[in-house]
Write a protein that binds this ligand. Sequence first.
Ligand code: CA
Length: 645
Amino acid sequence: MKNMSGTQASLKKTFDSRAFREEYHCDEPLGAFREEGRTVFRLWAPTASEVVLRLFARGDGGGPPEQFPLSRGERGLWSREIPRDLDGVYYDYLVMVDGETRPTADPCARACGLNGERSMVIDLGSTDPEGWGEDKAPPLPPEAVIYELHVKDFSWDPASGVRPEWRGRFKALTQAGTTLNGDGVHPTGLDYLKTLGITHVQLMPVFDYGSVDEGGDPGEYNWGYDPVNYNVPEGSYATDPRDGAVRVWELKEAVQALHRAGLRVIMDVVYNHTYRLDSWLWRTVPWYYARQRGDGSPSDGSGCGCDLASERSMCGKYILDSVLYWAEEYHMDGFRFDLMGLLDAPLMDRIRRALDKRYGPGEKIVLGEPWGAEPPAVRPGTRLANKGNLRRLDAGVAAFCDDTRDAVKGSLFQAEDAGFVNGGGLDAEKLARCVTGWAGEGLPAKAPSQTVNYLSCHDDWTLWDKLSAVSPGRSEAELLRQNRLAAAILFSCQGSLFFLAGEEFARTKNGVKNTYNASPELNRLDWGRAWANEGLADYYRGLIALRKQLPGLCDKSPGAGARLLAADQFTAGCAGILLDNAGDSPWRRLCLIFNGGEDTVDAELPDGLWDVLADGDSSFRWQAPYQLQHSAMLGPASALILGQR
Ligand code: CA
């Protein structure tokens, strides 16, 4: 163990070195593994001089633990076999480094007790709900329409009709047959999700996070971007956070119920930072998993002061193994990487390849935010998975597109800044970029497969609150028109489609921009509002159903941009796009016209007869199209989606 103690700065040098990687990179399985009659514990701790295993009867409190020293093997691996099946037994470690002993849970734990303080040995097979062996995701859709959902938001509202003891928990995702205040007429919850036509539900963090006391008030709230145990579900969403098996079982039940409802499940993962610098990873190998500046202080690309050093081999391996574990054990169908721009690009490519190899090309979605909060301190030569490097990433790694987001509704940094739909002007050239997913030579993406289009997500104002902020004093009818136009543009863009739960019913958080730790009352889906704004939700439904019939927009290939035939500017606020729609569809060409201006526009149409598939009032015109020729009238804030046979 030469050169492995010392100052923070010298540790950075050691851990960044090739010599360290060659001597200590360890591919052995890590964690606690039990079988009939024995349990093996394995921990990677190359800088430790002593490791002691402690066994507890309970996940918190209780009597003094049994203690067992681990022995050091090759490559920094510590292990110990106990000749007992320890299923359901809680444990942690005492790790001594540089003369200091730190208690730590197992960073590779797959179950834990209350608040994740102690790990738990688990027989995973016994946590499978009935029928789990046959659980299968619905078939891969040609187009992903992703719906971003927070577990607690989903069912916190009593009007959801969800059983009171399940509200705010995983179990709520399994309850079929709920209606608004139990009226038996207006579906809520799981049944409501089935009506939308969405293909994927993206769950905001469901791994164990630290900002909510699992034994505290059920009304404690957080989005959950503060990981504690990466490979364990969050306990505050379980009906019993004290029994380590319950959260595992209940998250699997939720995934199974969503699959049965015809929905795939994407998991939001936060591998860019930990809740605190003093994480289990840190306590096991101090500083190894932490990105550091030259002086040894922690890098702060995440804005949380504790970035993970994904470019270090055991850190990258930890992240890859964790992703594969969730895919395998919980049947997750995709992963959304928080601040993906802080992770190294080669790691994202390895994740993409490993998922493709194991499950088939494209079966599992990989998407992420191609940015960080601040520039991180990384080992020189590290290529990050950010927007500037998107083209050099695998074509199957997709990124949220801030260009289209801001173009349509205005910047998220200034409340009053307007976009296409609310008086900011609608530029044909920029619209063409949006429609082709900002893909092509000199643009961020190499193909629309790398583009995730969205107008709202959990961050920042809801779309409704942003529209209200840009145009104060506008009537609800006017804002609804702007919202419909925004949705029509969104669903006319090549790339994957994404929206925040409730965007389709004008969800509001009363203008509050960042609600990460606000009350569940402010964050919850308001099921009364969902039905009060049924018309807007129907407009989304129609667009989703129409989209699936438009191969010109679903095309994810590098050649998709060539489908753009023309872009026309009619007025400063009104522009149109002509698109080749060859493929399995009744319409061979599409004409998209959007009027974000104040005045009615008489737009000249390309030659021939055009079916109106959607207009400013209805997105279901395609069911019985009326026809237009020569020209079309567009009222203020309205869209026309036209198809030519
Ligand atoms: Ca927790």
